[in-house]
Write a protein that binds this ligand. Structure first.
Ligand SMILES: NC(=O)c1ccc[n+]([C@@H]2O[C@H](COP(=O)([O-])OP(=O)(O)OC[C@H]3O[C@@H](n4cnc5c(N)ncnc54)[C@H](O)[C@@H]3O)[C@@H](O)[C@H]2O)c1
Length: 417
C-alpha cells in the first residue's frame, strides 16, 4: 500500500477516532478541512544585490477552542500538504493538553543555513508583513519550529509591533526572555519528552539505569531531550543529526556532545571519546529500549519498522512514523507514544508565555515547569486509561481524547450563521 500524504494520514487518524467514539461524520467533518490557508511569496534583496523570491504559507486549521497556535518552519521541503498536517496536529495537540487554543502552522521553503543573518532578518520581517492581517495575540500566535529560533521570533514580534504602533509581545511565543519570552520555554519541549519517558518507565516499573536510548536529531528538541534523559540515568547509546550518527553500546558522553551541537556544530565534526560512526538508517535500527525520533517527519517508514529493534518509540518530532509503519509496529507489539502528547511541552510552555504577555506578568521557571509537567502527566494518564478502556493504541487514544473535546466544543458553539 502506498504511504498516505501527511494530511491524508492526519485525516485517516481523525476518522479512526470518530469511528471508535461512534461520532457521525457531520459532527466532525469540519476537522478534515483547514479554516484558512494563506500562500505568500517573500522577496528578499540578497547580500549580493540580487532579488530572490521565497514561497511560504500560513495555515489555520482550527480556531474552535481558542486562538490558532503553531510554529513557523524554515526548511527547503516546506509545502502546503505538510503544513496542513502540522496545523491539524496542533489542533489535536492543544485539545489533548487541554489548552484554550486551536491549531496553525506556517513556513517558508528555504534552507536557512544558506542565508546570512541579514538575509534571514529580511526574510522573516517580510514574511511577517505578508501574514500580518491573519496573526495576532487573539487570532493566531506563531512560535519556533524546525529551522527557526527565539531570535527569529523576536523579529516577528518587532515587525508586528512596529506596524501596529505599540509593543505586542503576545503575538508570538518562544521569544528571547528580555523582550517577553518565558523562562523555561526554550527547553520545554525536550524537558517534556523527558517527563514522558520518566513517567512511562515509572508506570511500567522499569529503572532508568536499565534503559538504553537512541535519539535521532540533535536540534532544540533532540539535544535537550538527550541532555535530560542522560541526567535521568538512562544510557544513550546512539545519537544523530543531518550529518549522520554516532554509536557506543557502553553509552555516549552526552554532556560533551550537547556542548558541541549547542554551538551549531554538526555531529560529523565531533571527535571526542570512543564511538563508531553510523548512518541515520543504522541509527533507527540500533537495538535499544527506547527510540526517540526528534528530527523530521516520515523517518520511520514501513521498511524501517519491519527491521526496527527498539522496544518502545517515543515520538518527539511531529509525524516521524508513517501510517504503514504504524501498522507494522502494532503487529510487532512495539508501543508508540504519539507526537501530539510527547512534544506538547513546547506548546504548554508557549501558553505560559502568552498568559504572562497578556497579563503583563513574569513567572518563575519553577511555575512554568510545574504547569508543563502537570499538563503532560495528566494527559499521559488519560491517554493510557483511554487506551485500556477502548483497547486501542496510544496514538488512537490520543486522537480519541482530543476529538471528544473538539466535538463537544462544536456541539456547544453550533454553526454560524
Ligand atoms: N522546537 C520546538 O519547540 C518543537 C515543539 C514541538 C515539536 N517540535 C518538532 O520536533 C522536531 C524537531 O524540531 P527542532 O525544533 O528540534 O528542530 P531543529 O531545527 O532545532 O533541529 C532539527 C534536527 O534534526 C536534524 N535532522 C534533520 N534532518 C535529519 C535527518 N534526515 N536525520 C537525522 N537528523 C536530521 C538536524 O540536523 C537537527 O539536529 C520537528 O518535528 C518539530 O516540528 C519542535
Amino acid at each position: 500500500m502506498n504511504e498516505l500524504s501527511a494530511f491524508e494520514n492526519f485525516k485517516a487518524n481523525v476518522d479512526k477516532a470518530a469511528k471508535i467514539l461512534n461520532i457521525p461524520e457531520s459532527d466532525y467533518s469540519r476537522l478534515k478541512y483547514c479554516e484558512r490557508e494563506l500562500l505568500v511569496s517573500v522577496p528578499v534583496e540578497m547580500d549580493d544585490g540580487t532579488i530572490k523570491v521565497f514561497e511560504g504559507c500560513r495555515v489555520q486549521h482550527s480556531s474552535l477552542r481558542g486562538p490558532c497556535k503553531g510554529g513557523i518552519r524554515y526548511h527547503q521541503e516546506v509545502n502546503l500538504d505538510e503544513t496542513r498536517a502540522l496545523a491539524g496536529w496542533m489542533t489535536f495537540k492543544c485539545a489533548l493538553a487541554n489548552l484554550p487554543y486551536g491549531g496553525a502552522k506556517g513556513g517558508i521553503a528555504v534552507n536557512p543555513s544558506e542565508l546570512s543573518e541579514r538575509e534571514l532578518e529580511k526574510l522573516t520581517r517580510r514574511y511577517t508583513l505578508r501574514i500580518l492581517p491573519f496573526i495576532g495575540p487573539n487570532k493566531d500566535v506563531p512560535a519556533p519550529d524546525v529551522g527557526t529560533d527565539p531570535h527569529i521570533m523576536d523579529w516577528v514580534m518587532d515587525t508586528y509591533s512596529s506596524m501596529k504602533g505599540y509593543t505586542i509581545p503576545g503575538v508570538v511565543t518562544g521569544k528571547d526572555i528580555e523582550i517577553g519570552g518565558s523562562l523555561g520555554r526554550n527547553e520545554a519541549t525536550g524537558r517534556g519528552v523527558t517527563t514522558i519517558v520518566k513517567e512511562f518507565l515509572k508506570i511500567n516499573n522499569i529503572s532508568p539505569a536499565d534503559t538504553t536510548v537512541v535519539v535521532q536529531g540533535l536540534g532544540n528538541v533532540g539535544s535537550i531531550s538527550a541532555k535530560y534523559i542522560h541526567e535521568l540515568n538512562c544510557k544513550i547509546v546512539a545519537v544523530s543529526d543531518v550529518s549522520g550518527g554516532i554509536y557506543n553500546p557502553d553509552g555516549l558522553d552526552i554532556p560533551s556532545i550537547f556542548e558541541h551541537v549547542k554551538k551549531r556544530n554538526l555531529l560529523s565534526t565531533y571527535d571526542k571519546g570512543e564511538f563508531k560512526r553510523i548512518t541515520n538508517e543504522e541509527l533507527l535500527l540500533t537495538p535499544c529500549d527506547i527510540l526517540i525520533p526528534a528530527a523530521l517527519q516520515n523517518q520511520i517508514t514501513k521498511s524501517i519498522a519491519e527491521k526496527i529493534q527498539t522496544k518502545i518509540i517515543v515520538e518527539a518530532a511531529n509525524g516521524p512514523t508513517t501510517s504503514n509503519a504504524d501498522e507494522v509496529l502494532a503487529k510487532k507489539h512495539i508501543p508508540v507514544i504519539p507526537d501530539i502528547l510527547v512534544n506538547a511541552g513546547g506548546v504548554i510552555a508557549s501558553y505560559c508565555e502568552w498568559v504572562q504577555n497578556m497579563q503583563a506578568m513574569r513567572w518563575t521557571v519553577k511555575q512554568v515547569n510545574e504547569v508543563v509537567q502537570s499538563h503532560l502527566i495528566e494527559s499521559l494518564n488519560l491517554l493510557i486509561k483511554t487506551s485500556q478502556d477502548y483497547k486501542i493504541s496510544f496514538r488512537e487514544a490520543a486522537y480519541v481524547v482530543a476529538l471528544d473535546r473538539l466535538v463537544k466544543a462544536y456541539r456547544l458553539r453550533g454553526i454560524f450563521p
